[in-house]
Every structure is written in structure tokens, then in C-alpha cells.
Design a protein around this ligand. Structure first.
Ligand code: OGA
Ligand code: MN
Length: 199
């Protein structure tokens, strides 16, 4: 795990973003994927919105995924394990970049076939506590032809395209990179979170 974290830190240092394959153990990814399917059965996935507090609204022309936030009072073993590994990453990031990150707020996201999330930035207006975005994909046997790529728009005009394969992790500075989720032919599952600093 230490080496994999080191790879992310070096990428963040050099380019502000990182894509790692096989970051989390396969078994954990399976358990997380099962947790998400269970949440769907239990009806605790909600149509995702945009904006925060009074500004919050459902905007299906911008995003059409369904989400479920981690509930601190109610975490299963897989979720706890996920948070313990991401805490290691958080600690290393803090040591290296002095960012004062103190928590990961994270939700499951399920995109139905053809669902999308248009080009956007992860920081809410007038609120810069989201510092670092961390996305983990949970889709086994994903084929290139299935679509659903995450497109990351770099400042030099280039685009990085990431297939949402199980085990792949994407990490980038939230304020710096616009990105977009393209429609897929299959259902597309992920965990998306933000390491936050205090105001
Ligand atoms: C988000 C997001 C990307 C993805 O939830 O803000 O950009 O690939 N997700 O799921
Ligand atoms: Mn985003």
C-alpha cells in the first residue's frame, strides 16, 4: 500500500492528478460493490443533485446518477476498511503537501445505462473546503466498448480518458481539473469522495 500511495503523491506533485490501477484489494472492491447493490435494494440511493444547502437542486440535464453518502453511524466492515485505507492516503498527503486535510466525505454513485455527469468542477461556489477528489471504480469485466469514461480536462488542452474498471482509482486537486462522465452502455458503479480541509 505504501508504494501505491507514493505513486499517487508523486503524480500529484508533478501534474496534480493521478490514475492508479489496482489500488484497493479486489476482495474489498467486491464487498463495496455488494454494499452498493444492497443499498439499492433497500431504497437508500437518491437522485443526485447539484449545489449545496439552499442552492441544492436536482438537475437531470447536468447529472443523472444516484448516490448514497457514507453514514458515519452506520458503516459496514467494507466501508470501514475503505476509510482506513483512504485515511493512510490522507495522512501521507498531509505530510507531503501540508494541506491539513481532516476527512473524506464520500458517497456511492450508480449510473444507469446512458446516465452521465456533464463537464464540471468539484468545488462548490464560495466553498473551498473540498481539496482533493478521490474516485474508485467498482465495475468488474468492464470493456472499452462499454463507454462510461471519465474525461479529465488538463490545462494544456489535452484530455485524459479513464475507463471505470474495478480497482482503478483517480485522484486530483478538486479546484484545478474540470471533468465529465460519459454515458455507458452498462450500469456504472463508483465511490466518489473529497478530502476536505477546515474553513
Ligand atoms: C463526481 C464525479 C466521476 C466519476 O461525482 O463529482 O465527477 O467518474 N464523478 O464517477
Ligand atoms: Mn466531479
Amino acid at each position: 500500500m505504501k508504494n501505491k500511495i507514493e505513486n499517487i503523491l508523486n503524480d500529484l506533485d508533478q501534474q496534480g492528478w493521478s490514475v492508479q490501477k489496482q489500488f484497493f484489494p479486489t476482495e474489498l472492491l467486491r464487498e463495496l460493490s455488494q454494499t452498493l447493490l444492497l443499498f439499492r435494494q433497500q431504497g437508500i440511493l437518491n437522485q443526485a443533485g447539484v449545489g449545496r444547502k439552499e442552492g441544492f437542486h436536482i438537475e437531470q440535464s447536468i447529472r443523472s446518477d444516484e448516490i448514497s453518502w457514507f453514514d458515519e453511524e452506520n458503516l459496514n466492515e467494507a466501508q470501514k476498511k475503505y476509510l482506513s485505507i483512504t485515511k493512510e492516503l490522507q495522512d501521507e498527503v498531509n505530510q507531503r503537501f501540508y494541506l491539513g486535510l481532516f476527512e473524506l466525505e464520500v458517497h456511492f454513485a450508480l449510473y444507469s445505462p446512458n446516465a452521465f455527469y456533464k463537464r464540471h468542477l468539484d468545488q462548490h461556489k464560495n466553498q473551498d473546503t473540498r481539496v482533493l477528489t478521490l474516485i474508485t471504480y467498482l465495475n468488474e469485466n468492464w470493456k472499452d466498448d462499454d463507454g462510461g469514461e471519465l474525461q479529465i480536462y488538463l490545462k494544456n488542452g489535452q484530455t485524459v480518458s479513464v475507463s471505470p474498471r474495478s480497482g482503478t482509482v483517480v485522484c486530483f486537486f478538486s479546484a484545478e481539473f474540470e471533468h465529465e462522465v460519459l454515458p455507458a452502455k452498462r450500469e456504472r458503479a463508483s465511490l466518489t469522495g473529497w478530502f476536505r480541509k477546515r474553513r
